[in-house]
Structures are given as C-alpha cells and as structure tokens.
Design a protein around this ligand. Structure first.
Ligand code: OXD
Ligand code: MN
Length: 670
C-alpha cells in the first residue's frame, strides 16, 4: 500500500465533509483504519494529519478540491508548510483553466502590481527603485557542513541559511493571498520534463509565469509519486505602493538538498520567478548527476541554402544579445534564455525550458529588432516592466522615438531632470527594463518548440561583451578546444541585468557563472565529457558583437550577426573554407563579402574585414594569463587539459607575434 492510498480517501473525506471532519476526527479515523496493519510509522501519520489539518483550515472548498486532484503528498506537504510559515490570509490554487488564469491577471491589476496600458492586452509592472535587477550577492547556496562548492560561488551553512530565510518568510503573507501554481520545464511529458511547483504571493510573478512557462496542472495529476520536483517559495514581503520595501533584507536561498528555492522581500523577476534562474541552479545539479547540460543558452534555427535548417544554441551573459540573436530576421526561434541539452540516439538534442521571453527592451527599435518591435506593438499579451509610461504608452531607452518629457516610471512620477537621493539623473526608463511575452504565435516561431525529443544541435556559440580581444566570429579546432578556450575562458563586461557597476570585465565561463551550482572544475569536466564521444557533436564557435575601435565606437552593426550565423551554418555543412589562426578558424573575406551582400544588401569592405578580424596578440595573451590565473588560484579539480590547451594557444600566439608583430591581419595566415 502506498501512503497516497491513505491520503486519497482522507482527502475525499475531507473535501466531502469539510465542516464536520475537523471536529469529529473523521480524518483520524480514516487514517487509522487504513493504517490498521501498521504500515505507516506514527510520525508519518502525524505529518499527514498536520498537513491535512492545515490545508483544510486554510483552503476553501474549491481550492481544496483542486489541490487534492494532485495525488502527491509531497505537494500537499509543501503547500501546507508554506501556509504554516507565511501565514497567508487566503490560498488560491491555479488549475490552469481559463478562468483561473484570467483571475491571476485581473488580481495583479486589482492589487496594483500591474497597471493596464492603452493597449488592452498590455500591462506595466514596476519593481522597487532598488530592486531592478538580479541580486547576485544575496543569492546563496545552502551548503551542508561537509560540502563546499568552491571559492567561486556564494554559499552559507545550510542550517543557518534556512533559519535566516524562514525568519524572513515568517508571517510574510499576512493580508495576502498565497498562489499555488504547477508548471513543467521543457516539453510536457518528455525526456526533458522537470515538474515544478511555484508558491508566491505576487500575482505579477504568477502572471509572468503564465506567459513564460508550460502549464503543468494536468501533468501533475498524472505524475508518478516519486517524480523529482523543483519547489519554489517566494514572498515579496511588505509592500508599499505594491513594491517590496524591505529590499535590504531580500534574499534568494537555494536549498539544493531539498530541490527547493526560497526568495523573499523582492519582486524583480530574475530574483522571484522560480522557474527561471532559480530552477536553472537546481537543473545544473540534476544535469551533473544525470550526464546532460542545463545552460544559459538561446536555441534557434538558422535557415541556410536550399531551405536547410541548422539549430544553434548560444550562451551569452545577460544583456549581451541572446534575445536579439534568436530573433534575427530570416531565422526561427525556439528559445532565448535557457536550454537543456541531452544525448539521444547518438545526437545532442536541445529543448527550450521556457515557452516565453523575458527580454531586455532597451535598444529594441523598429530598425534594429523589427520582429520584437512588431510583437510589442500588436495585440498579443505583454507585460512591460520598469519602462516609462506616458498616456498609457510604454517608452524605453534607445527605442528610436522621441522620449516624452514626463510620465511614470520605477521612481514614481518622472520628469526630465529628476535625480535620485545621490543626485544622479534618473533615466526615463531603466536600463534593465523588460518585456514579457509568450512565444506561441510569434511569426518566427520554430516548429521544434514542443518536440518531445527536442531538436538536433548543429552548433554551439559562446559570446560576451568584449571591446578589444576576440574577432567577430571564429570556430574552434575541436570540441575540447571550444569548451576550454571559448566556453571556459569567456569574459564579459557587466550589464544592467545584475545589480552593481556596469561595464566591468568579468570572468563569465559558459555565460553561466551566475547560475553554476556545482564546483566549477566539475562543471567543466562535464562539458568536456558531454560532447567528446558523440559521433555528430555540434561545432563550437565564439562570437563578439561588441568589438570597438580606439575611439570606443563599435566596429560592427547590430545586424551583422546575421552574416556570422550564415557563415557558421556553412562551416557546419562543410561549404565554406576558413583561415586557421592561432585561436581558431575565421572566415575568408570572399565568403563574408558574398554573405553581407545576400543577407544584408551591404558592401563589406576588405578594410573592415582586416580591422575586425585582426588577431590582437597582446590582448589575447593577456586574456590567457588572466584566465589561467583564475583557474589556478580559485578553482579546484580543474581538468589538466584546460592548462594544456591554454598553454598551446599562448605558444601559437607567441610564434605568430615573432613572425608578424602584435596586431596581425587575417590575410597573413592565408
Ligand atoms: C535574464 C537574465 O533575465 O539572465 O534572462 O538576467
Ligand atoms: Mn538570462
């Protein structure tokens, strides 16, 4: 007999006889009757009783019934424990029915977490003034005494961390409603699926997740009892004007031992939407145990000659062009932020974990990102966050329009020249302002989004914000060379997607450093191992959209990435030759000239080619020295091959310098 066989009759009894059972002890009798044979230890029975008692007391009939349709006592326990801790006034269980979904959106508006805009399908949400980005320093792993995740990750003693976060969550939902939602990361009922439960007191969070994730209520009904589940508990804490005011006591605590993430006193989606970066941290651990990869990657199809489709994943740090790459004209998008990769039938296949986009809106203009622009000006549902609103219309930085002189933004009423407490000018829209939309119905949506076995990956791209070192595009010599000199060596300037100063060059291996949840050396080892023996392993490339000249001007236009993608497609299909340089294969001028003309109608000059693809030896060697030092000084269990490949690359660069000088034109390597 399964413990559920006890729960279910009890649950039915509870739902049918709600008024009487709590007083006449019917549930106790039912349990005892089912436990006649003594199958359950008294402690299990007591726990069950506690859970049922809390749920019965806190949920009304309809929500109780919705919850009990999920016959999983761990789900019931999680909800009951959250109620016990956060003490909400009411509980709402979302069954994913139309009426429940629309209740969530309406309540987000009624509570002032969102405001309707002139377009009836659009709303705007504002996060608190100091809660505008991911808070890396207050995001910690809860680590048992006997374990360590290495120097690179923020961690604290598990028990102390749990005590702290639970103290902050205690009573945090007074006068609020606790929302319970069920989702599935990856296509439902597929080898990639990860079921997730989200509890939150923010209807904005619950509404955003509706646009961003695959619904999971029906899936949970069929889930085996012992299925691995990710659990998320969020409370925005005390609110004034619908924003969290105790932001100085905010925190995200990842209890990987229990697959649970707690988030408190914050609303910004990157800290609160459990299924996004909070679940990614749990997924990286799961992937490590099960030999697959959970990555901060877009997933898209490049359409090459003869309507051929080649799928690429791309790992770029936040705010470095992932969304705009996956939305380039001519390509089709599967996802823009998080991908799971698995080996299935000797092929590496990938899925988008999400089904929507939480994209940076800054610089989205009709000219630079026409597809996104059109979606944001259509009747498709969207939530705008931390933009400027004037007359019910959202505006953002560099949107190609004239910015109104006043309006409402994350600082309240905004007017030109408004300054913050430090006398700093408040920009009309935050640099990290966002839009949240569903992928479904996008004109450029790829038909692979919900394929249970995902799509085959032809290429993996790494890219960061790098003003002076890497060329715009290059291909690695091998899987290991790509993993080490591109993925594990990635650096990028910080952006407004995280709190703190922007524009500082930081070590960002695999663009996943913010989310890596296992010791970095093990994570690299996994990558090496993952592709090494797969017959058709993807090719690995590195791109750099952010190369600048001495005057600080970008050397490439935003749309040039279309050409780099087309070249990568040709390389995968062995349809373009390349020049071997000390750091990788780069394009021939003649191929780029043709691709610029065909795809952008632009003349690409030889002079531009030589400047952009020059091999900058001093910068490249300085980078190797920096990276080697980081691994030597602060990472344990680094695979030996990392040092070997870095040394070999440095040697090739030094030999080239001896022959050609510091800055070497690509044609020298022909
Ligand atoms: C995101 C991020 O929002 O990485 O995707 O910050
Ligand atoms: Mn991201």
């Amino acid at each position: 007999m399964n413990i559920l066989d006890v729960v279910t009759p009890c649950s039915k009894a509870t739902a049918n006889h709600r008024k009487s059972f709590a007083t006449d002890g019917e549930i106790i009798n039912t349990l005892l009757k089912h436990n006649m044979s003594g199958l359950y230890r008294p402690v299990e029975v007591c726990k069950l009783l506690d859970t049922m008692e809390i749920l019965d007391r806190s949920l009304n009939d309809s929500n109780f019934r919705k919850l009990m349709k999920i016959r999983n006592h761990r789900v019931h326990d999680f909800v009951a424990n959250a109620i016990d801790l956060c003490e909400p006034m009411k509980v709402f269980v979302c069954s994913d029915k139309e009426e429940d979904i629309s209740y969530i959106r309406k309540t987000a508006v009624a509570r002032g977490e969102e405001t309707e805009l002139a377009n009836p399908n659009h709303t705007v949400h504002f996060d608190g003034f100091y809660d505008q980005a991911r808070d890396k320093e207050r995001t910690v792993y809860l680590v048992p005494k006997s374990e360590s995740l290495g120097d690179q990750l923020f961690q604290m003693d598990r028990q102390e961390g749990l005590d702290m976060v639970k103290r902050r969550l205690k009573g945090s939902m007074h006068n609020k409603k606790l929302v319970v939602r069920f989702f599935c990361l990856g296509p439902v009922d597929s080898p990639f699926s990860v079921p997730c439960v989200q509890i939150t007191d923010s209807f904005y969070v619950a509404h955003s997740e509706d646009l961003l994730y695959r619904q999971g209520y029906e899936y949970f009904k069929k889930l085996p009892n012992d299925a691995e589940i990710f659990w998320m508990l969020h409370s925005s804490g005390k609110l004034v004007h619908a924003t969290s005011i105790d932001w100085d006591k905010r925190g995200v605590a990842i209890d990987y031992k229990e697959n649970t993430v707690y988030s408190v006193n914050t609303q910004y989606a990157g800290n609160t939407i459990g299924l996004k970066k909070l679940a990614l941290r749990l997924a990286i651990r799961k992937a490590d145990r099960e030999d697959w990869l959970a990555e901060h990657m877009f997933l898209m199809a490049v359409h090459g000659p003869d309507e051929r489709k080649t799928y690429f994943t791309g790992a770029f740090p936040s705010g470095c062009g992932k969304t705009s790459t996956s939305m380039v004209p001519g390509a089709t998008i599967v996802g823009d932020d998080i991908a799971y990769l698995k080996t299935i039938d000797d092929e590496i296949r990938g899925v988008n974990v999400e089904s929507g986009i939480f994209g940076i809106i800054r610089s989205v203009s009709q000219e630079s990102d026409p597809i996104i622009w059109n979606v944001l000006h259509s009747d498709r549902p969207a939530i705008f966050s931390n933009v400027l609103v004037h007359d019910g219309v959202p505006y953002w930085l560099d949107d190609g329009r004239e910015t109104p002189k006043r309006g409402v933004n994350h600082s309240g009423i905004w007017y030109e020249g408004k300054v913050d407490a430090n006398g700093e000018e408040i920009l009309p829209s935050h640099k990290n302002a966002r839009y949240t939309i569903k992928l479904e119905g996008l004109p450029n949506l790829d038909d692979g989004l919900d394929k249970p076995n995902g799509v085959p990956i032809g290429g993996i791209i790494y890219g960061g914000r790098d003003p002076d070192t890497w060329v715009p595009v290059q291909q690695s010599f091998s899987w290991a060379h790509g993993v080490i000199t591109m993925g594990a060596s990635l650096e990028s300037e910080t952006t407004a997607a995280t709190l703190g100063k922007s524009g500082v060059r930081k070590f960002q291996p695999f663009s996943n450093m913010d989310f890596v949840s296992i010791p970095l050396g093990d994570y690299i080892q996994n990558h090496l191992h993952f592709g090494e023996f797969v017959p058709k392993a993807p090719r690995i490339f590195a791109v750099n959209y952010f190369l600048k000249d001495d005057g600080g001007n970008y050397l490439n236009a935003k749309e040039d990435k279309r050409v780099w993608l087309q070249w990568m497609d040709l390389r995968i299909h062995k349809e373009a030759d390349a020049i071997r340089t000390p750091t990788g294969y780069i394009p021939l001028y003649s191929d780029l000239k043709r691709l610029f003309e065909t795809h952008l109608g632009k003349v690409y000059s030889e002079e531009d080619y030589e400047t952009q693809f020059a091999v900058r030896v001093p910068e490249l060697i300085a980078k190797i020295v920096r990276i080697r030092e980081i691994y030597q000084d602060s990472v344990e269990n680094v695979p030996d091959i990392l040092y070997r490949l870095l040394d070999e690359q440095q040697e090739r660069l030094e030999q080239a310098r001896a022959k050609f000088g510091d800055i070497i034109s690509p044609v020298q390597f022909l």
